[in-house]
Design a protein around this ligand. Structure first.
Ligand SMILES: C[S@@+](CC[C@H](N)C(=O)[O-])C[C@H]1O[C@@H](n2cnc3c(N)ncnc32)[C@H](O)[C@@H]1O
Length: 207
């Protein structure tokens, strides 16, 4: 049932996934559902809704990713990082969150789904010092754009950018982003069967 739903949502969104990737996505939903009570992972309780609100909402970002190395800041249970890692096995994803129990959940997912391209990290983002800058800094339901840029300015490589997944855009928030950053592109995302507006902001340092 869930597998058929996923297949039709992927077709609607024009996203290609192998049978194995589809199985991994469904298994991820199963683990989110199984461990949600114990780990308090998401307010979305039903697997059918998780498919739309978490899996598809993450996957629609995939066609817009540029580069090989990404960090998902404030990833919680691995959103959008884990669905994107499943769909893009050639890209690497650091999944960072300050809450240990969410990182423990991600490690369990990593083992059960045999994901070799994710690295769960428990840290506050402000304190995290990577050896190398990232091509992309992903965020979803993390912080205001201004706070996110202030806390994460040290993370992208010189050519890297921020990929901020947002709901309804707040004009005041957009107008007030720090002066040394510029919104390069504002993309409207279409998530099958989701009524709410979704946007992806691509932001670059203008220094
Ligand atoms: C609302 S949740 C969003 C989780 C996920 N990105 C999603 O879309 O479902 C925000 C997450 O950010 C984490 N977080 C908040 N401040 C943080 C910080 N300074 N450094 C790292 N993680 C942080 C929280 O622990 C929480 O898991």
């Amino acid at each position: 049932m869930l597998a058929a739903q996923l297949q039709s949502y992927l077709a609607e969104a024009n996203i290609t996934a192998t049978v194995e990737q589809q199985q991994q996505l469904i298994a991820f939903v199963g683990l989110l559902h199984k461990w949600n009570k114990a780990y308090n992972l998401t307010s979305v309780r039903e697997p059918e809704q998780m498919l739309i609100r978490h899996i598809m909402d993450s996957l629609v970002v995939s066609p817009h990713l540029e580069g090989e190395r990404f960090i998902d800041v404030g990833t919680g249970p691995g959103l959008p990082g884990i669905p994107l890692a499943i769909l893009n096995p050639d890209k690497q994803f650091v999944l960072l969150d300050s809450l240990g129990k969410r990182i423990r959940f991600q490690k369990q997912v990593q083992i059960e789904l045999k994901l070799t391209n994710i690295t769960p990290v428990e840290s506050r983002v402000e304190a995290y010092q990577p050896e190398q800058g990232f091509d992309g800094v992903l965020s979803r339901a993390f912080a205001s754009i201004t706070d996110m840029l202030q806390w994460c300015h040290h993370l992208p490589a010189a050519s890297g950018k921020f990929f901020a997944l947002k709901g309804q855009l707040d004009n005041a928030e957009l107008a007030n982003i720090p002066k040394n950053f510029a919104i390069e592109q504002q993309i409207t995302l279409h998530v099958p069967h989701l009524a709410e507006q979704r946007h992806l902001l691509l932001i670059k340092s203008s220094d």
